[in-house]
Design a protein around this ligand. Structure first.
Ligand code: IPE
Ligand code: MG
Length: 236
């Protein structure tokens, strides 16, 4: 969700105005997903690198985050959204930590959609954390070196219980992943737009969906194999 600062700058307003407008774009995106049966949405709200921004901006973002949690969770719960957070929680204040835990607990059994907020998240940190978890098991004697493979690591990265993401969207004109879900995005379709995040709406999201639907996902196989597999599954 990139481009909040530039959106504000274009209007000669403080960066926080852009972040606030960005929060409204988040609500629009959640609405779109619920209306269109999209069962998983992961938002990169704050990266592990974003802590390095000026203190005033970090503080204001935390306040915005806290306010949004207070304001939105009731409604999300009512609409059947399961809320969860990924990332390093050790750096957040008590108020945010409590609200994060409470909203996860409260919405645990909801099934309409899983909304994951990546906050203080970094893809490399995620993989390092998974490697460490495996190493701990080896030290404890519950895992052998031979058992360390792709599947074992995959079980320990964030979102391990969800299907891998189908579509990645980055707004704001830059064409990079910037340490988002590095492991999980291996076969995800990437989609980039110059639209700044506060301007993101159903029209842009629909465009991303339409592009996605036109792509052929081969997962390393040939086009003929994919077509044959699709025909097979289509036969009743
Ligand atoms: C993304 O917008 C929001 C966060 C990282 C919290 P930016 O703040 O990165 O906006 P630009 O890139 O300065 O326009
Ligand atoms: Mg940016």
């Amino acid at each position: 969700m990139d481009g909040n600062g530039r959106w504000a700058q274009q209007r000669r307003r403080p960066r926080m105005i852009g972040h606030r407008a960005g929060a409204r774009a988040v609500n629009r995106t959640i609405d779109f997903c619920l209306e269109n049966g999209i069962c998983g949405l992961t938002l990169f709200a704050f990266s592990s690198e974003n802590w390095g921004r000026p203190k005033e901006e970090v503080d204001a973002l935390m306040k915005l985050f806290l306010g949004a949690l207070d304001r939105e969770v009731d409604e999300l719960h009512r609409r059947g959204v399961r809320v969860r957070f990924i990332g390093d929680r050790t750096r957040f204040g008590k108020g945010i930590l409590e609200r994060m835990a409470r909203s996860e607990q409260r919405t645990l059994d909801n099934t309409a959609m899983t909304l994951t907020i990546a906050a203080s998240y970094g893809g490399r940190q995620d993989i390092a954390h998974a490697a460490r978890a495996l190493a701990e098991q080896v030290v404890a004697g519950t895992l052998t070196l031979d058992q360390i493979d792709e599947q074992a690591l995959a079980r320990h990265v964030a979102l391990a219980d969800l299907p891998p993401p189908d579509l990645f969207i980055r707004t704001g004109g830059d064409t990079r992943i910037s340490n988002f879900l590095l492991w999980q995005l291996a076969y995800t379709e990437l989609w980039f737009t110059d639209v700044l995040w506060p301007d993101f709406d159903a029209g842009v999201l629909q465009q991303a969906m339409d592009d996605y639907c036109r792509r052929e996902r081969r997962f390393g196989l040939t086009s003929a194999q994919i077509t044959a597999a699709a025909t097979e599954t289509a036969i009743p």
